[in-house]
Write a protein that binds this ligand. Structure first.
Ligand SMILES: *[C@@H]1O[C@H](CO)[C@@H](O)[C@H](O)[C@H]1NC(C)=O
Ligand SMILES: *[C@@H]1O[C@H](CO)[C@@H](O)[C@H](O)[C@H]1NC(C)=O
Ligand SMILES: *[C@@H]1O[C@H](CO)[C@@H](O)[C@H](O)[C@H]1NC(C)=O
Ligand SMILES: *[C@@H]1O[C@H](CO)[C@@H](O)[C@H](O)[C@H]1NC(C)=O
Length: 538
């Protein structure tokens, strides 16, 4: 006989091994009042005391039947099998239930706890224990199994986290291949844009300026391709690609070899910007400090794992999110750098800033006609909408309102807005202290050991742009495609811009299969680089 607890802690399965038993028991624990453990004990008791054959799959109905149960005894009684219509509940003594419900210290520090049901059965057979010992042994085994299941669950969250933050080998391959091409192929080093088009880069009157900051060449290529392909007048599109030092050759090679003409594309690494080389960049300094703070946060990852394994009140996903806080992914320069757009593009008046996990499905030039009413940042809000999961974000979702600094300055119920597709009026921005405010709060958060907020660049953005945001129509930016499969495909298809924010990025294996094609249609799978790196449509 085998016993299996699902990692969600909501299913228990008992597989029989004896002959003549065709069924196994699989029970879903649905009710809030009843823990899987209560059910589990009851099943086990019945299994042992009444012999397995009597416990049939009739327990399907347990959800309904056990609605009013809050003790193991009650569940056991309700669950008790009927033989020829007669309940056999009296076979489980009350004493037994009492012991099982106790917290119990007997198992602490023991090393001879049976590890499996098999072992447990064997021990019981040889020792022939009294009722009390039987119950304690059972409880010890279940506690041990539960602890293991919890650890496994935490592991699972971590794997998912790693799967979403590590670079898949196909993307590595693509980056290396293109960097190599940059070295060996003069065509991959062509000036971008060609000299005669350079004046367009600073021309506010005829051109629409878009900025993407990314270190992921495949992602950036999809944003750029979808932008240009859906543009009604691509000859008026100017795309400013910002990347980091290590990705520059790769990015440059890609856009040299895959022209988006008549659109104009510029590729620059951060160290190519005058502003960057001129002196201190507070964001970068804050990020260096931030790395130190994060590494020590709550004693580091090993402490978090250690202290959570025994703490059964802590939900595995909470543990996982603590661990995520340590991840540098949420804190990359490419994410923070948008706060310096006015300094990086001193000649531009207005830009649209695009994240690299979006896809553009319509002509974006109407964004320049939206009246921002003197505000700096045109963004969609994220607290209203049909999608209750994605569209329920207020300031309190991001900032720690238990902290006096936050509580005194902000309203927890203020609607949040989204990064990903923002219209930035750089002229208006230059008249404000937004960048200084941003840096000030980054410092405050570091000083208070990340207790104002823990993840990402949106929280300081919410603070810095407070009062400077103009809400735009949700058509321009649909969120949540990397969070959940539930996103309606029809809604996604009809949005102007879709955003794969969340873990399931379209370039990862864990992407949602129904949504991925919206992204993949902008990847040319017959391209020699894409093919060589085995990047496939599905
Ligand atoms: C967790 O429990 C085990 C076994 O009871 C014990 O050996 C270990 O020290 C505990 N760990 C922590 C961090 O309390
Ligand atoms: C920006 O900050 C300076 C110094 O802190 C202050 O004098 C100025 O009024 C602020 N400007 C705006 C627009 O808030
Ligand atoms: C929120 O702030 C309070 C007060 O400073 C602090 O005790 C708490 O740990 C913070 N919460 C988080 C999740 O950092
Ligand atoms: C998806 O939709 C189903 C049915 O509407 C709902 O039960 C489920 O909770 C949703 N999942 C998420 C992640 O929102």
């Amino acid at each position: 006989m085998q016993l299996h607890i699902s990692p969600s802690l909501r299913h228990v399965t008992v597989f029989p091994s004896g002959k003549g038993v065709r069924e196994f028991i699989k029970v879903k624990v649905g009710g809030r009042r009843m823990s899987y453990r209560m059910l589990f004990y009851s099943l086990l008791l019945l299994t042992f005391l009444l012999r397995f054959v009597f416990v049939l799959t009739a327990v399907d109905t347990i959800d309904g039947e056990s609605k009013y149960c809050s003790t193991i005894g009650c569940v056991g009684k309700r669950l008790g099998p009927r033989i020829w219509g007669r309940r056999l509940e009296s076979l489980v003594p009350e004493d037994m239930y009492r012991i099982l419900e106790e917290k119990g210290k007997e198992e602490v520090g023991r090393t001879d706890i049976p590890q499996t049901l098999e072992e447990f059965t064997a021990v019981m057979r040889t020792k022939k224990p009294d009722l009390k010992t039987f119950a304690i042994e059972l409880r010890s085994m279940v506690n041990l199994m539960e602890q293991r299941t919890r650890s496994a669950k935490i592991q699972e969250y971590l794997y998912r986290h790693v799967a979403s933050s590590s670079i898949p080998k196909q993307l590595h391959c693509l980056a290396l291949l293109l960097a190599n091409e940059h070295t060996n192929n003069a065509n991959a080093r062509l000036q971008l844009p060609p000299a005669e088009l350079v004046p367009n880069l600073v021309d506010n009157s005829l051109f629409y300026h878009f900025v993407i900051a990314s270190d992921n060449v495949l992602a950036a290529s999809v944003v750029a391709t979808s932008l240009v392909r859906n543009s009604i007048s691509p000859e008026r599109v100017v795309l400013h690609m910002i990347t980091d030092r290590k990705t520059y050759a790769t990015m440059h090679a890609w856009f040299s070899l895959h022209s988006l003409a008549p659109a104009v594309v510029e590729v620059k690494a951060l160290h190519h910007f005058d502003w960057f080389t001129k002196g201190k960049v507070p964001v970068l300094e804050a990020m260096e400090k931030d790395e130190d703070v994060r590494a020590k946060f709550r004693g580091g990852s090993s402490e978090i794992v250690k202290s959570s394994v025994n703490n059964t009140h802590e939900k595995p996903h909470v543990v996982a999110s603590k661990l995520q806080t340590l991840s540098p992914k949420y804190n990359s320069v490419m994410n923070h750098i948008r706060i310096n757009l006015p300094e990086m593009f001193p000649s531009l008046n207005k830009v649209v800033f695009l994240d690299d996990d979006i896809v553009i499905q319509t002509d974006l030039t109407p964004l320049w006609e939206i009246d921002l009413g003197g505000k700096v940042n045109g963004a969609v809000e994220t607290c209203r909408g049909d999608d209750k999961f994605v569209m329920s974000k207020r300031f309190k979702s991001y900032l720690n309102f238990s902290h006096p600094l936050i509580k005194e300055n902000f309203d927890p119920n203020e609607c949040a807005w989204a990064y990903g597709m923002n219209i930035f009026d750089l002229e208006a921005w230059r008249k404000t202290n937004i960048s200084q405010t941003y840096n000030y709060w980054l410092q405050q958060n570091l000083k208070s050991d990340l207790s104002l907020w823990q993840l990402g660049t949106l929280p300081p953005g919410l603070i810095a742009f407070h009062g400077h945001v103009q809400i735009i129509d949700p058509f321009w930016h649909m969120l949540g495609l990397g969070y959940q499969e539930n996103t309606s495909l029809a809604d996604a298809e009809s949005a102007g811009v879709i955003h794969f924010n969340g873990r399931a990025k379209p370039w990862l294996d864990i992407a949602f299969p129904s949504l991925r094609p919206l992204w993949a249609k902008y990847v040319d799978f017959s391209d020699k680089f894409i093919k060589k790196c085995h990047i496939r449509a599905s």
